[in-house]
Design a protein around this ligand. Structure first.
Ligand SMILES: C[S@@+](CC[C@H](N)C(=O)[O-])C[C@H]1O[C@@H](n2cnc3c(N)ncnc32)[C@H](O)[C@@H]1O
Ligand SMILES: [Zn+2]
Length: 268
């Protein structure tokens, strides 16, 4: 199975240093091993997706193991399905993707990680050569219809129609989203009235929801870890300098996590 050309949608053939389609559209492999399949005309900004700063904060925070129970829970679900072909959408710097590759050793033929952020993919590919990484948008997945057994999407946007197109009948989508109490205490520093995350379940036409798992645990963070957490969230832009200072000075910042993991089965 190969990538699709983002310009004409034919299959891309892998050559030593690039991918090329029958029409001659060519996409070079970067030295880190990833391929950039996001043509300029499909970009909505110069550097779409997470910035280097957000990505580095996320890497430091995830490397410290604070979200490991979420990764373990999804690994356990994936092991049950043993997908041959798996895609992680909005994979960021690859922490979860690499975890899936480890858990599925010997079960899965190929694992792809896709993100619109070039800097995140560069870091991911450099550290995790066991995964195929590409820069692309989840709104136009560079994969053929019905070509994937499973797709994971943790905290990342994606068009439902694209999921239905690429996942084969009987395949699964696993989503990870914030539960109502996720990062309540962090939000409490920024908002006078903390609103709980909405419990509304998204609809994924073409899929049937098969399993829901809610997991959460308390975290106790050192100042720099709490700063990294704030940096990797969408709340960062709201935080005034005194909030950053106060967080940095923390020695044991207590904060709750709350995640909802859902398994959706492709109909048909
Ligand atoms: C909140 S981060 C989650 C990253 C990773 N899954 C994790 O949980 O650590 C969201 C990711 O989605 C990516 N992203 C945003 N819009 C995207 C799009 N249209 N297509 C693909 N990735 C996108 C961002 O660059 C970022 O890496
Ligand atoms: Zn082409």
């Amino acid at each position: 199975m190969s990538y699709l050309c983002p310009l004409c949608h034919s299959s891309l053939a892998a050559e030593e240093k690039s991918f090329v389609c029958p029409q001659g559209h060519r996409f070079d492999k970067a030295k880190e091993g990833y391929v950039n399949l996001l043509p300029v005309q499909h970009k909505h900004s110069k550097d779409p997706g997470d910035s280097a700063e957000m990505m580095q904060a996320r890497r430091a925070f995830l490397d410290a193991g604070h979200y490991q129970p979420l990764r373990d829970a999804i690994c356990q679900i994936l092991t049950r399905f043993a997908p041959e072909k798996l895609l992680d959408i909005g994979c960021g710097e690859g922490y979860y993707t690499a975890g899936f590759a480890g858990a599925l050793t010997g079960l899965t033929e190929n694992i792809w990680g896709l993100d619109v952020s070039k800097v995140a993919i560069r870091y991911a590919a450099k550290r995790y050569p066991q995964v195929h990484f590409c820069v692309a948008s989840s709104h136009r997945l560079p994969f053929d219809d019905g070509s994937l057994d499973a797709v994971v999407r943790i905290f990342a946007p994606c068009k439902a129609e694209e999921l239905a197109r690429v996942v084969k009948p009987g395949g699964v989508v696993i989503t990870g989203t914030p539960g109502p109490r996720h990062l309540m205490q962090l939000k409490g520093l920024l908002y006078q009235d903390v609103l709980l995350h909405s419990e509304e379940v998204e609809s994924l036409p073409g899929f049937t929801q098969e399993q829901t798992l809610q997991i959460g645990w308390p975290m106790t963070l050192k100042g720099e870890e709490a700063v990294a957490l704030l940096q990797m969230t969408p709340f960062a832009w709201r935080a005034r300098p005194e909030i950053w200072e106060a967080l940095k000075a923390e020695t044991a910042f207590a904060c709750e996590t709350d995640f909802v993991v859902r398994v959706w089965r492709r109909e048909g």
